[in-house]
Design a protein around this ligand. Structure first.
Ligand code: NAD
Length: 351
């Protein structure tokens, strides 16, 4: 491990805290929500570490295609059949899809019960499990239905990453790269991040880069202002991700695969409109393309993706809103971008 003990994740304490809460009879019943992979790979680790032995298990199908209302209904039914009440607790053990659904189900069941997130993917550990955005996809649009609702805790434990595929692991880096462009810290900015070892420095990375998000969320829980900067890369990224599910021209993209394209193109737009340094965008593109395949898009794909952007929740009165960076790297919210710059950004990404 490159950094000292102070950067190790506080695994033991977080598990003990949860165990104590449960032991103190604060909850009438405990539910562990899993998908088929986290049931197979993560449940045993969680039970061994937490020592929780009385719980009901609910297993859902994995994958973004199941982040929908049908899955919620199946979970609400199970909660109901096990007589879950207002003093029940849901422990969400899984990646971003599972914590998004589990948080939403918990926050709406009986007008809201407590939940704990235990992320098991890197993307979940640095981003999705934190900040209280819960929800599901609707009519093929990302996260169209949901509520802001904070988990009682987030337990961070990189031991779960041992069974994650390399592709899923690297997916988490899209959001880590994004966080590195949103910090003022010279120790954590993109130039410093890429000097780290993406595998052996992982505890340090999870600790520091999830903290960047949490610090922003703390001052703007409901995204009325500063929190919007966390959407850097997501105006284009979310539309591309939704499009990959709708179109026959593209394979379905993982969240991180789409966000990395959004990040490169939106930083290029920041260069064109605000003089954000091109050499930083070049570096991001160079590093990203070592880990992520380049996505090939036709003119008609780009048109369809642009149309999908108009559904984005960040918009207001029909215009598409972007987060861009200024010359010095400072994020600017609610920025408008003309179609020709958007096309130019994809030409840059594709070259
Ligand atoms: N709420 C937020 O603030 C927020 C932020 C970013 C992303 N998200 C959401 O997160 C989702 C993406 O999350 P993700 O990338 O974690 O994907 P995911 O939840 O689909 O997990 C990826 C795959 O890995 C499997 N898996 C999970 N943990 C495993 C483990 N330890 N070992 C083996 N397999 C494991 C899962 O079953 C799944 O097949 C998207 O829906 C995105 O919208 C939410």
């Amino acid at each position: 491990m490159r950094k000292s003990n102070q950067n190790k994740l506080m695994k033991k304490d977080q598990y003990s805290l949860l165990k104590e809460k449960i032991k103190s009879k604060e909850f009438n019943s405990v539910f562990v929500l899993l998908d088929e992979n986290t049931d197979k790979y993560c449940l045993e680790i969680f039970i061994n570490k937490s020592g929780i032995n009385t719980y009901n298990k609910i297993v859902i199908k994995s994958g973004e295609e199941n982040k929908n209302i049908d899955t919620c209904i199946s979970i609400w039914k199970e909660l109901n059949s096990h007589k879950a009440d207002r003093k029940s607790l849901i422990i969400n053990l899984g990646g971003g899809v599972l914590t998004d659904i589990g948080g939403f189900v918990a926050s709406t069941y009986l007008r809201g019960i407590e939940f704990v997130n235990v992320p098991t993917t890197l993307l979940g550990m640095v981003d999705a499990a934190h900040g209280g955005k819960t929800g599901i996809d609707f009519l093929s649009l990302k996260n169209q239905i949901g509520v802001f609702s904070m988990p009682m805790y987030v337990i961070l434990d990189s031991d779960y990453l041992k069974t994650l595929s390399k592709q899923e692991y690297l997916n988490g880096y899209a959001e880590i790269f994004k966080h590195s462009f949103l910090t003022n810290s010279t120790d954590l900015n993109f130039d410093s991040l890429i000097k780290l070892d993406f595998f052996s420095d992982i505890d340090f990375i999870i600790n520091k880069y999830s903290h960047i998000k949490n610090k922003i969320v703390k001052v703007d829980k409901h995204e009325s202002n500063i929190r919007k900067i966390l959407n850097l890369g997501h105006t284009i990224g979310h539309a591309l991700e939704s499009y990959s599910y709708l179109s026959n021209n593209l394979n379905e993209l993982k969240h991180g695969e789409a966000i990395i394209v959004g990040l490169i193109t939106e930083l290029y737009i920041s260069n064109q409109l605000n003089n954000f340094p091109l050499k930083k965008v070049d570096k991001l593109k160079e590093v990203s393309l070592k880990y992520f395949d380049k996505i090939r898009l036709t003119d008609s794909d780009l048109e369809a993706i642009y149309d999908l952007m108009t559904f984005d929740k960040k918009n207001n009165k029909g215009s598409v809103n972007f987060v861009l960076l200024d010359k010095s790297g400072k994020p600017l919210i609610d920025q408008k971008v003309d179609n020709d710059i958007y096309i130019k950004a994809f030409a840059y990404y594709s070259e």
